[in-house]
Design a protein around this ligand. Structure first.
Ligand code: SAM
Length: 493
């Protein structure tokens, strides 16, 4: 159970920036010859950045700090008095989402510097905390219905705020300089580049989040200078003090690219493969009931209850950790698969496997409690991510949970097709030969160079199904002089 204080800290992403880091950030801006006339810190907390900016940009005529927490603003005001700060600092206690920002901006001299450290919290975390510290519902990033249902609509509040900052400055002169997760900075760039926003220059400086915020997140200072030209490239610096960029992040071909040289080299391999389609594993959201350990001829569920069940609805289960470590020829767990396809009626289990039906009935309350809307208005005990592809005898699989580009040919276990959890991605195969062929192609150095050119390894989950789907396996087979084998296999697939 979270304490009230801890809950609030999470809900408001309340991690105040140490003064030393705020000073270093502002000094970096000064070294870039940034000279704002006004400075806004939109979730200023105790004002670390306002104070640092007031020191360094003494010629600025206006400083505005907004925060939802009055206690923070009281500390800020007492620091103004204690430090005898003479520049005009206005503070406003309200929610970011309720401020008439355009009215504020219209009255500010330019260039405007939007500076600070927005709350690092996601919409999913806020959902878990039952918090409404969120923008009014909008179909942010135009997420499709299925992604919204399966939780892919999760977004960082800071990402939403950064896009607002960017929007405010379109048609004005200004700079955004914010601490944020590096993945968030890349998403904002992707959006801005895709929508042709006016960005003259962008930079990402890595910061040590463990040192300053005691969190293990890939974080950065993200600087966007607004201007009339629109180069779609961002300089990447390894640290705040670095004078030269170590890398460039590019927008090319409709996506953010990590390694443009290799991307261009292998670009002809990009495209959907209509024969081999990547799938995600099963989603059931009730591991204590649905996942089982076999003990002799009976099973034990996650609550420690021993049950005797028929075999016809039980399949070997491999999780991300098994796949990532190449443990694919035997399983530690089994899983109850109640349907062969999405929406299939489950009441036939009653006749076909009475003990399994009784077990499901006994655990009906736990299964009914599953909050994801993918189970709503579906037959009782439904699962998600199931289809004929689930039951292919062989699969080529990769874990989406680990930072490792290794693909494994996965056989049936004890004559049953293997089921993966929903953090594993796989291609169904009809035979051992086909699975080894596909795994060989995907493990080739060319496939790795192709994927690596688009992977940002600092992301929490760098390997996504969207990434895997970018590679046309037939084009790869052709590149490796194995297209004949490809054609042979798809005929039997
Ligand atoms: C990561 S802290 C950063 C504080 C300050 N900018 C700094 O760098 O030290 C995030 C701040 O956002 C504030 N905050 C959270 N939700 C907010 C909202 N909806 N409107 C305004 N401020 C908010 C919190 O109170 C907290 O002070």
């Amino acid at each position: 159970m979270l304490s009230q204080k801890h809950k609030q800290k999470c809900e408001f992403g309340d991690f105040q920036t140490p003064d030393a880091l705020a000073h270093q950030v502002v000094q970096t801006l000064k070294d870039l010859d940034i000279q704002p006339q006004s400075v806004i810190e939109p979730s200023c907390g105790q004002g670390a950045f306002i104070f640092a900016a007031a020191n360094v940009f003494a010629n600025s005529t206006q400083f505005i700090g907004v925060d939802i927490n009055q206690a923070h603003l009281d500390i800020l005001r007492s620091k103004i008095i204690a430090q005898n700060v003479t520049v005009p600092i206005k503070t406003i206690c309200t929610s970011f989402f309720d401020v008439d920002w355009l009215n504020i901006l219209n009255n500010l001299p330019e260039p405007i510097l939007i500076l600070g450290n927005p709350p690092w919290v996601t919409s999913a975390e806020l959902g878990r905390l039952n918090s409404d510290n969120l923008p009014v519902k909008s179909n942010f990033m135009k997420i499709n219905g299925l992604d919204a249902l399966t939780g892919k609509s999760n977004f960082d509040i800071s990402e939403w705020m950064l896009l607002q900052h960017l929007q405010w400055l379109q048609g004005r002169t200004g700079i955004v300089a914010m601490l944020c997760k590096t993945a968030v900075a890349r998403k904002v760039l992707f959006y801005a580049w895709k929508h042709d926003k006016f960005i003259q220059q962008s930079r990402i400086y890595q910061i040590d989040a463990l040192k300053y915020f005691k969190v293990t997140v890939d974080a950065c200072l993200f600087i966007i200078e607004i201007g009339s030209i629109k180069p779609k490239a961002c300089y990447f610096f390894e640290q705040l003090s670095a004078q030269k960029p170590s890398d460039t992040i590019n927008y090319y071909d409709g996506r953010v690219i990590a390694d443009l040289v290799n991307y261009k080299k292998w670009q002809h391999l990009r495209g959907a493969d209509k024969n081999y389609i990547w799938r995600s594993g099963i989603k059931h959201d009730c591991s204590k009931v649905m996942e089982l350990i076999k003990i002799g001829s009976v099973y034990q569920n996650g609550n420690g209850v021993i049950v005797s069940l028929e075999d016809n609805y039980i399949y070997p289960l491999l999780k991300s950790s098994d796949v990532a470590n190449g443990r694919v020829s035997d399983c530690r767990k089994y899983v109850l698969i109640t349907q062969q396809y999405i929406g299939e009626e489950t009441n036939k289990i009653k006749e076909q496997a009475p003990k399994t039906w009784r077990y499901l009935q006994e655990n009906a309350a736990a299964l009914a409690k599953r909050s994801s809307s993918v189970y709503k208005k579906r037959p009782e005990f439904s699962i998600f991510g199931v289809g004929n592809y689930t039951f292919y005898p062989w699969k080529v699989a990769i874990s989406g949970f680990y930072k490792k580009l290794s693909f494994y040919a996965v056989p049936r276990i004890k004559n049953y097709p293997v089921i993966f959890d929903d953090t594993v991605y796989f291609i169904p195969c009809s035979s051992e030969e086909e699975a080894h062929f596909i795994a060989d192609l995907l493990n080739s150095s060319i496939a790795k160079m192709f994927f690596n050119s688009m992977i940002f390894w600092g992301n929490k989950r760098p390997i996504t199904i969207d990434l895997l789907k970018q590679l046309n396996i037939q084009a790869l087979a052709r590149e490796l002089n194995r297209e004949d084998e490809y054609i042979y296999h798809i005929k039997k697939h």
